[in-house]
Design a protein around this ligand. Sequence first.
Ligand SMILES: Cc1cc2nc3c(=O)[nH]c(=O)nc-3n(C[C@H](O)[C@H](O)[C@H](O)COP(=O)(O)OP(=O)(O)OC[C@H]3O[C@@H](n4cnc5c(N)ncnc54)[C@H](O)[C@@H]3O)c2cc1C
Length: 343
Amino acid sequence: MKLSSKNLETRQDTIYDAIVVGGGMGGLSAAIYLARYNLKCLVVEKGKGRSFWMQDLRNYVGFDPDTPGRNIIQHATQQAISWGADVLRGFVEEVTDEGETFAVHIKVGKSDTTGVTFRSKYVIAASGVIDVLPELNNMKNVFDYAGYTLHVCMICDGFDMWDQKAVLLVKTEAQINAAFVLNWFTPYISVLTNGLQVSDAMKQKLAEHGYPLYEQAIAEFLGKNHQLSGVRLADGTIVKATTGLVNMGSIYHNKYLKSIAGLEYDGENLVTNNMCQTSHPRIFALGDLKQGLNQVSIAVADGTLAATQIWRNIRRESAPRKWQENITEASKDSQAKDVELKT
Ligand SMILES: Cc1cc2nc3c(=O)[nH]c(=O)nc-3n(C[C@H](O)[C@H](O)[C@H](O)COP(=O)(O)OP(=O)(O)OC[C@H]3O[C@@H](n4cnc5c(N)ncnc54)[C@H](O)[C@@H]3O)c2cc1C
């Protein structure tokens, strides 16, 4: 069911088997599997995450490479609801561990905000990350190109940059090293640091590869209809480029987990086992938020794994369902004897 501030009370007493934080690629995959295991699940999605921003999914088996992420999200949300999952538009502010259950504190609504708490046996952290973009006075100018011809993922879009003039945008010197991987796709790379001064050693390395370095601040991106043609710098220099890669790091959506003791992180990524279970046995983590490749195929597979492990755990703790009409008096007697022998 689709939940909103108008019908929240219908679920107030529900203890969900799992609450999924984030209704992107991984979270919706988990919800579809959980619902089809007939487990009670709630997906909480704040809106406009990375998969919504993905203008086209280039490399997923069988999908048209122009398929926008928002279409997949919309379709998969309906799919999850149709199998029985609950979906709520809201922002998860905090998760607290109560022992048997988690209390998940959620802010619902934009202007007229309501706070609501739902409880679950398991939590799936599927809240992903968001890419850091250059901060210009006119952010609309950045959004006109970012995600179109100004890419944020080399694995996803390197192919589309093949032998084009490309700008590499960085925030730290270490991020410049992406140039020495991007050169698999194109050697025509100009590095833009947006005001950051870099070391002589890095200047030397870039010069040896023939990659120009521009340390001036960025004034604006140039082009038309999302097609980049260059970048104008604060001193008026124009760097010509038909494509680009933003490699300025990510913001990790993991603040709501900060009160959970003992969660193991690798940097900001959650560490998990091969079934996406974190160091807390009832918290699972998926996709971009956990260690590994930031790809749709990985997030979707992670959702499958986490939901299946949660089902296994719950199933193993549950009494088996029996076909009572077929159980004869004799087998009941022998079962009773078994119980007597065991106790
Ligand atoms: C422009 C762009 C192009 C891309 N192209 C490709 C491509 O071609 N192929 C490919 O495989 N991958 C591509 N990716 C990467 C892909 O989008 C991610 O790897 C994938 O979406 C990860 O899935 P996820 O479920 O881990 O995270 P997401 O899909 O980002 O989902 C996380 C969700 O959690 C929500 N959320 C976050 N915090 C909270 C909170 N506190 N409460 C409630 N909700 C919350 C967010 O709104 C978001 O919807 C691209 C990414 C971008 C940005």
